[in-house]
Design a protein around this ligand. Structure first.
Ligand SMILES: [Cu+2]
Length: 129
């Protein structure tokens, strides 16, 4: 009888040890997950900062004003904008509509384009000399 209770005690101690070890391992895995998650969020923050550092971009462009359709819009035949777009006729919004008043269709113009993550518009436009 004594032998059996000794065996039972040993079995209980061993399984207790195994359970403890299992919990410790589970904890390590959890810590690993937390570390990975915080590393991921660091990478995400860095990526967002990098994206933001790209904007805004500015371009100096030459062209000819073709139409003034109204509002703050201009139709311009512009020269190539290197690495952005080839020469073409297109419509642009001007940030400050007052700048449109002193321009007439047919004018050669020089303008400064501003590009943000979701918009492309003219921040400054004047008659080219
Ligand atoms: Cu264009």
């Amino acid at each position: 009888m004594r032998f059996f209770s000794t065996v039972a005690l040993i079995i209980s101690l061993v399984s207790l040890g195994l359970a403890f070890n299992g919990m410790k391992r589970l904890n390590d895995v959890k810590k690993g997950f937390q570390r990975t998650r915080s590393e991921l969020s660091e990478v995400r923050d860095e990526f967002a900062a990098h994206q933001q550092s790209q904007w805004p971009k500015f371009y100096e462009v030459n062209g000819k004003l073709l139409f003034k359709p109204g509002g703050n819009r201009l139709i311009i035949d512009h020269e190539e904008i290197p690495n952005v777009m080839p020469a073409m006729i297109m419509s642009y919004e001007v940030e400050d509509p007052k700048q449109i008043e002193r321009l007439e269709p047919g004018d050669r113009v020089h303008f400064r384009l501003k590009e943000t993550a979701d918009k492309l518009f003219i921040v400054n436009i004047e008659k080219a000399k």
